[in-house]
Design a protein around this ligand. Structure first.
Ligand SMILES: Nc1ncnc2c1ncn2[C@@H]1O[C@H](COP(=O)(O)OP(=O)(O)OP(=O)(O)O)[C@@H](O)[C@H]1O
Length: 269
């Protein structure tokens, strides 16, 4: 069996307290397994630990970023790399192999760079002397894969709509052909029709390139467009994991039951 793209075993993540305040146990003993080419969606209410888990899986921990979450229990292996052992040097390697679309990614684009320059940024980070014409071709392809017109390329982020900015951010995360894509509410704040288009483009690119993906979402309808494997998070723990309809019909936790009710799935019990 192929080695999983993501393998977490009994993983716990903690934020250190600020100014002597209490620490926060954001993720408590979760198990995750994502095979190459597979997509896992995580759903859960605000503050349940989804973003913290996504960041750690993208290799962003206290060892690699300021105020990152610390692995305080269990193990986390991403693309064969032990995330507990990351040093900045290794993080660069993981950073080049994992595409990460953080929450509000559109607003995280560099405002002083055009959309095209934002997308090209990781290319030049990997290969500083990359031929500019070659880079331009790769950027145009990445922009096109998200169904943005090429007229988007010379525009600055403030000249684009929120949905266009999100798509530029996704194009940037995909430009290095990652083996794993991690997205955190990639379509939040984007209106419903644009959101569906973005998700469909993402699903299409994922199918054609076959990378593994972890998708954080707060909407079941959105999740179903991308995958049929779901983890439900509540207060830092998983309270459901598996095929969406099994999770919803068999789950006993009240948050899972509520999700099932909202989505019209009846309990199998
Ligand atoms: N940098 C940080 N420092 C300290 N605590 C944090 C930090 N980031 C998140 N937390 C805390 O960790 C817990 C989990 O937060 P997290 O952002 O992972 O949840 P979430 O499920 O992604 O929520 P949302 O859907 O609102 O983004 C919360 O209690 C939150 O307050």
């Amino acid at each position: 069996m192929a080695r999983p793209a993501v393998f977490a075993n009994d993983l716990s993540l903690r934020f250190a307290g600020v100014d002597g305040g209490p620490s926060v146990d954001a993720v408590r003993g979760v198990d995750v397994r994502i095979a190459p080419g597979e997509t896992l969606a995580i759903i859960g209410e605000a503050g349940s630990g989804k973003s913290t888990l996504a960041r750690a899986i993208a290799g962003l921990t206290d060892r690699t970023i300021e105020r990152g979450p610390k692995i305080v229990g269990g193990s986390l292996d991403v693309l064969g790399i032990d995330v507990r052992q990351l040093r900045r040097r290794d993080d660069t390697e993981l950073g080049l192999r994992v595409g990460y679309v953080p929450q509000d990614a559109g607003t995280a684009l560099d405002p002083h760079l055009t959309a095209g320059e934002n997308v090209a940024y990781p290319l030049f980070q990997r290969t500083p002397k990359l031929d500019r014409v070659l880079a331009g071709g790769i950027v145009a392809e990445a922009i096109d894969a998200m169904h943005l017109t090429l007229a988007t390329i010379p525009k600055y982020p403030h000249e684009l709509s929120r949905g266009q900015r999100q798509r530029v951010a996704i194009a940037r995360a995909l430009v290095l052909d990652p083996e794993l894509l991690v997205t955190d509410e990639a379509t939040s704040g984007v209106d419903a029709t644009v959101r569906e288009t973005i998700l469909d483009h993402l699903a299409e690119v994922q199918r054609s390139r076959g990378f593994a993906a972890l998708v954080v979402s707060s909407e079941l309808g959105e999740v179903r467009r991308l995958t049929d494997t779901l983890a439900v998070m509540h207060a830092g723990r998983f309270v459901g994991y598996g095929p969406i309809d099994d999770v919803l019909s068999r789950g006993t936790h009240r948050y899972v039951r509520r999700l099932a009710e909202l989505s019209g799935v009846a309990a199998a019990l």
